[in-house]
Design a protein around this ligand. Structure first.
Ligand code: GPP
Ligand code: MG
Length: 292
């Protein structure tokens, strides 16, 4: 069977990293958004995800301009930290002897949160060499580098030990990969009865195809947001059985409403997120699943 036109083109061998993956790595190797670095600096917890919960909007009324910026930054960080704790809480119970896997770990905040909560060992994986170096430097600074390690690897093919992990997660990183390949890797790494958790933005397929806003978010981050239904299909195919699903859309809106007012931190994507959530085409979801 011929599956490609006979154009006389030479056959090329498959690269170890696709063009898409290289573009994603380039983005994160170059990324220095104040909304991530200024928030992270506050307590050396560098998150690459959004926030949840009621926002204290009184920070906007602060008359002193410098203090106003500081108070907004601190409030946004509090909301992002609340999101990280919300996810970490659903990984447990875990003991210090347990190992956890952080897929798409960014600058490492999530693994530190899990280690602080449970004392567990953590392996984080990111396709960005810069992020892995940054995160390892943070772990050394905290003196937890014997237990928390970050690797410059592909989350679909980590090379980590099969069945060695009690829990694993993706915090807003599933939109960079094919879900079947991702969940196959989580199922391989998790022991039977292990817990998988994701917090993700997905498009609402009750609404139909991805909306313009979803497409704009994809273009902004170079990602490919999946439909909600695909999560459950791909989990079912890969021994992951949902135990808890929570729609966090309402809970994340105050974060975006505050972030859009933060002139010193905005990246330009804020109104698109608010429109996507409000028009119903996009949802912010937590899914927790057991590895059977
Ligand atoms: C936030 O990272 C998350 C992503 C880039 C993945 C896309 C997430 C969706 C829910 C669609 P970040 O904290 O680095 O982003 P920002 O720089 O905008 O704060
Ligand atoms: Mg951010």
């Amino acid at each position: 069977m011929t599956i490609a036109p006979e154009a006389g083109t030479a056959e090329v061998s498959l690269p170890t990293q696709s063009t898409y993956q290289t573009r994603v790595a380039d983005y994160w190797n170059a990324e220095e958004n104040p909304v991530n670095l200024e928030l992270g600096k506050l307590d050396d917890l560098y998150h690459h995800h959004y926030g949840i919960g009621a926002a204290d909007r009184s920070v906007l009324d602060e008359p002193d301009a410098e203090l106003r910026r500081e108070r907004i930054t601190t409030e946004l960080h509090r909301l992002e930290h609340a999101q990280a704790e919300f996810l970490a809480e659903r990984l447990g119970p875990l003991s210090p002897a347990d190992r956890v896997f952080d897929a798409g770990c960014g600058r490492g905040g999530g693994s530190v949160v899990a280690n602080l909560r449970y004392g567990c060992h953590a392996d984080g994986v990111t396709i960005s060499e810069k992020q892995a170096e940054f995160a390892n430097a943070q772990a050394r600074k905290r003196g937890i580098d014997d237990r928390v390690r970050y690797h410059h690897r592909n989350m679909l093919d980590t090379g980590l030990e099969s069945g060695a992990y009690a829990a694993s997660w993706n915090n807003e990183s599933t939109m960079y990969v094919e879900l079947d390949l991702l969940f196959a890797e989580h199922a391989r790494l998790l022991r039977r009865g292990g817990r998988y958790v994701t917090i993700t933005g997905c498009y609402n397929d009750t609404y139909g195809q991805a909306s313009r806003e979803v497409s704009l978010i994809n273009a902004h981050y170079i990602c490919d947001i999946h439909p909600r239904s695909e999560y459950f299909r791909a989990m079912a195919r890969n021994r992951l059985v949902p135990v808890h699903v929570e729609d966090l859309t309402e809970a994340t809106i105050p974060y975006w409403e505050l972030r859009r007012e933060a002139d010193h931190l905005v990246t330009g994507i804020e109104d698109t997120f608010l429109n996507a959530y409000r028009n119903g085409s996009f949802q912010y979801l937590l899914i927790a699943a057991d590895r059977v």
